[in-house]
Design a protein around this ligand. Structure first.
Ligand code: NAD
Length: 295
């Protein structure tokens, strides 16, 4: 068996075109342009690159973006005051604070200050908790991207065995919750899991988000499994690879995501979507696909 490759770039492009259409409707019918505010503290080059990519993606679909840069030694109170200003601004529908923050700023205090109706990253405790309870407003972007890829490929979730490798708050745990909400049987593995292969071999759908190149080799994958590789690792020779031995595993899986070009392009796409949805909600527009999240 040779797996079909899930082209995350193509799926992201298709979804962004769809969101652009919805955005045009919002502008034409309601005179409303969605707005995203991004706060960047300090000048970490990776964070700057991520922020640039987000701002650029917003411009491409027609979302207005506001970029707020603060010096690395900014007082926490000033960051909180900026969030208060953005919370009160009706032209801002999404607020994102680029992580990491300098050590003198308490991340939780900053994230908890963002209005839950503008928390497009889904990191506020309200949204984290309501993901568990099945009523989240903003699913976190990377797990949401994984869900959308599976949905786009018509992968059946209900009743399937899902194994998630990685238990972080931003990827592993939420992706497990989201797929469990769709009636999958889910196991979460992490770095203390004994005999990882025993679990991964049970997976009809294997989601890997550990940050370890070549962690998943063909002997650990069930024939015909769907393999979603969230990992992004830069090797010393400059190559970017995921956590899965792509060439080996693709001979055994039925569907597989490449790195780069798999989950990566979906993360910003879902940020755009969360911002669009936030704006749509202010004028009472619903979305039936969100019922999946409140199952
Ligand atoms: P993290 O370091 O916060 O968490 C890693 C998780 O993997 C932990 O639960 C850890 O216990 C587990 N783990 C580590 N080594 C393991 C091993 N040998 N066996 C089993 N489990 C192991 O990382 P994160 O923020 O969740 O990110 C994970 C990966 O996903 C990274 O490569 C990151 O760059 C990537 N990522 C990609 C996107 C995207 O847009 N595609 C977004 C976020 C993160």
């Amino acid at each position: 068996m040779t797996a079909r490759i899930i082209d995350g770039k193509a799926v992201a492009k298709k979804l962004r075109a769809e969101y652009h259409g919805r955005l045009e409707h919002l502008v034409a019918e309601h005179g409303l342009t969605p707005g995203l505010a991004v706060i960047l503290v300090g000048s970490n080059p990776a964070s700057r690159l991520y922020v640039n990519n987000k701002v650029k993606a917003c411009a491409e679909v027609g979302i207005r973006s506001e970029r707020i840069e603060m010096p690395v030694d900014v007082a926490e109170d000033l960051v909180l005051a900026e969030i208060d200003r953005l919370n009160a601004d009706p032209t801002v529908h999404g607020i994102l604070v680029q992580l990491p923050l300098p050590p003198h700023i308490e991340i939780r205090r900053v994230l908890e200050r963002i209005s839950i109706t503008k928390d497009v990253d889904g990191f506020h405790l309200y949204n984290v908790g309501s993901l568990l309870a099945g009523s989240t407003i903003f699913p976190p972007c990377t797990p949401y991207g994984v869900q959308k890829l599976l949905e786009h490929e018509n992968v059946q979730i209900a009743g399937r065995n899902v194994v998630v490798v990685g238990a972080s708050n931003i990827v592993g745990k939420p992706v497990a919750m989201m797929l469990m909400a769709q009636d999958a049987t889910v196991a979460i593995c992490h770095k203390m899991t004994r005999d990882l292969a025993m679990f991964t071999l049970m997976a009809d759908i294997l989601v890997v988000a550990a940050g370890v190149p070549n962690l998943i080799v063909p002997q650990m994958v069930r024939t015909g499994a769907v393999v979603i590789d969230v990992g992004i690792n830069r090797l010393t020779d400059g190559r970017v690879v995921g956590d899965v031995d792509f060439e080996g595993v693709r001979k055994k899986a039925s569907l597989i995501t490449p790195v780069p070009g798999g989950v990566g392009p979906m993360t910003i796409t879902m940020l755009l979507y969360n911002t669009l949805r936030s704006a749509e909600r202010t004028v009472g527009i619903g979305d039936p696909t969100e019922a999946l999240l409140s199952a």
